[in-house]
Design a binder for this molecule. Structure first.
Ligand SMILES: [Zn+2]
Ligand SMILES: [Zn+2]
Length: 300
């Protein structure tokens, strides 16, 4: 039997599988993430400068300036101290996190405790959010918090592009005419919202389609933790989505892309796809993909 120099049987070695983020190109922006229930959930939208949850803070997450934290479960929040510490270490100041309002105190205490461990508290900023609150990520781009059905105070987030559009009655006017109206103080534009991504964090079934910035989001990130028929009770107890909930959850959702996240590691993807094919209408099915689908992970 072939052995390594130091006497370890290669058959006995742990198989190290490379950790890779899935990548999806969505036209105007892209997503890169890793999301497995109970293990880690982090989804980056680099062009929008946000991370939906921080997971264990993969290296790629350090470049985005806004962490949108849905709730405090370890698989979603563990990397938050590392995020601030590592950014400080790299001289990349200015990172911040939008977090459920009742987590600001505990997270501050966590930073203090970690500071005592490491000998220094890195610069950090938590902004407490409740459902309906908005935060301007940059001019014309905002994050809006929404309530989710998971934990008290748990949140989802929609990233919304806000544009000013010339009112219809002024469309035929020349530049100077528009300037003249503007100088007279006439309101010539309408505020138009284009929701780009809606992220529902961890959640049981709720009426998300009632929120226009979710129903019309270009991309919907929706969890579906359980696919096994025996796991319906577990889904209810943990306030997670079961595949049996998906048809109702997606009713009225007109997103171009629906991306399923937070599937358990034990889920057999082929079986899961088969269930989707038998339970979802064709027009929904065509828009659905799994974040962790192998097709989104570059193999070399
Ligand atoms: Zn989770
Ligand atoms: Zn959770």
């Amino acid at each position: 039997m072939r052995r390594f120099g130091f006497g370890i049987d290669p058959e006995m070695c742990m198989q190290i599988r490379p950790y890779r983020l899935s990548q999806l190109n969505l036209g105007d922006f892209s997503l890169a993430g890793y999301s497995v229930a109970g293990e880690e959930s982090v989804i980056l939208a680099p062009e929008l400068d946000v991370a939906f949850d921080i997971g264990k803070c993969p290296r790629e997450a350090l470049t985005v300036n806004h962490v949108l934290l849905s709730h405090g479960h370890m698989d979603h929040a563990a990397g938050i101290t590392y995020y601030f510490a590592q950014r400080d270490f790299q001289g990349n100041e200015g990172g911040m996190a939008l977090v459920p309002a009742d987590l600001v105190g505990p997270l501050e205490r966590l930073m203090t405790a970690w500071g005592a461990v490491e000998g220094h508290i890195p610069p950090h900023r938590f902004v407490g959010m409740v459902a309906g609150d908005e935060y301007e990520i940059r001019r014309g781009l905002l994050a809006r918090a929404l309530a989710t059905n998971h934990l008290p105070g748990s949140l989802g987030f929609a990233v919304v592009d806000v544009r000013q559009k010339l009112k219809e009655q002024f469309l035929g006017l020349t530049g100077p005419q528009i300037v003249e109206l503007k100088n007279k103080g006439v309101e010539i534009t309408n505020r138009v919202e284009v929701p780009l991504v809606a992220f529902l964090g961890d959640t049981g079934l709720a009426n998300y389609a009632d929120l226009p910035y979710v129903a019309n989001a270009k991309v919907l990130l929706i969890e579906c933790t359980f696919f096994d028929a025996d796991h319906l009770r577990r889904a209810r107890a943990g306030k997670h989505m079961h595949v049996a909930d998906l048809p109702k959850a997606l009713e009225g959702i007109s997103s171009e892309r629906i991306i399923i996240i937070h599937v358990t590691r034990r889920t057999n993807m082929a079986a899961a796809r088969k269930i989707l094919r038998t339970t979802l209408p064709k027009d929904v099915l065509e828009r659905i993909t799994f974040l962790m689908s192998r097709q989104h992970i570059e193999e070399d």
